[in-house]
Structures are given as C-alpha cells and as structure tokens.
Design a protein around this ligand. Structure first.
Ligand code: NI
Length: 178
C-alpha cells in the first residue's frame, strides 16, 4: 500500500537526516524531502504514467547515501537491492574531481535506470531552484543555474510535466545571479 511504503521511507530518511538542515535555513532536511515528494505527486496527477509508490520512495531516500551515514547495504536490507541501486545512481561519486563530471556521471547512471529515477532528479532540482542562501556568490549561483540546464537536457523525455516545470524554474532563477 502506497501510504505504508511512504511512511517506511520517510521514517528511515527522517532518522538518517535528523541532524541536517536545509542549506541556508533553520528548517530540518525533511522539508527538502517532502518538497521533492510533492513534486512527484503533482507530476503523477498531471500524467499517471509511472509507478508513484516507487518514485515517492526514491524521492524520500534520494539523499541518504550522499548526505548521511547510510550505506548501500542498509538500503538494500530494508528496501531491496533495486531501490538501493537507484538511490546510488542519484548519489554523486566523490572520487570524481570536477563538479561537472560528477554530475554527468550521476546523470549517465540515472539514464540506465527506469524513468522514476530521472523524474526524482528533476523534482530534486526544481525544489532546489528557490532563492539561494545569502552566502552564495554570483559565480556559485550561475554555476548552479548552468547545472540545472544540464540536468534538464540530459533527462529530457523523462516526464513532460517536470521537464517543463524545471525549465520555468531555470528561466526564473537567473534573476538571482544579477
Ligand atoms: Ni536532494
């Protein structure tokens, strides 16, 4: 049942991210996860052509390996090998030296998997294109904006609603660099 899968994933994620805030905010990191899940829900409402329960679980778990002490095997034991593989694809490989190559590598791995994985990446960046933290300089904002363009290009045709929504966010975000 979708409610039970959601609760299992958000409980795991909330415990793992318990001491983490949204960058530049006092809000707990669960705010970010909840926003990504909401984007996935709205995409499904617009066009229900993907597995909503699976996409919601990925939305809630997508930053656990990258940002917490969660290991691949922890996800594997609780959510199964395939879900763990999908979260791993959404995780940047810190051994890759440049930021652009790190993102391209993750996007390539995402593209080998089903569309739910790519759609969560789109929802993640849509959520993150809000007003940047006041500590971000223009160069950092511009780089983040360029990275969003790269994501939307590499993941085109994953979900029309989210691709369009990300494009609108990209168009708006550049104002923060000026
Ligand atoms: Ni995220």
């Amino acid at each position: 049942m979708i409610q039970e899968l959601y609760q299992k994933a958000i409980q795991f994620a909330a415990e793992k991210h318990y001491n983490q805030n949204v960058p530049g905010s006092k809000a707990n990191y669960v705010l970010h996860l909840s926003n990504v899940a909401m984007e996935v829900l709205m995409a499904h409402k617009a066009c229900p052509d993907f597995d909503l329960a699976f996409a919601l679980q990925l939305a809630l778990l997508h930053d656990t390996i990258e940002d917490t002490d969660t290991r691949f095997v922890d996800l594997e034991n609780i959510f199964g090998t395939h879900t763990a593989e999908c979260v791993l694809a959404l995780t940047k490989d810190s051994s890759i030296l440049t930021k652009r190559e790190r993102m391209l590598d993750s996007l390539n791995r995402i593209n080998f998997l089903e569309k739910e994985v790519g759609l969560v990446k789109l929802a993640d960046r849509i959520t993150n294109l809000q007003q940047p933290p006041s500590t971000w300089c223009t160069d950092k904002i511009t780089a983040y904006w360029e990275e969003a363009i790269l994501i939307n290009k590499q993941l085109e045709n994953k979900n029309e609603y989210l691709n369009n929504r990300l494009q609108n966010k990209i168009n708006e975000y550049i104002k923060y660099a000026n």
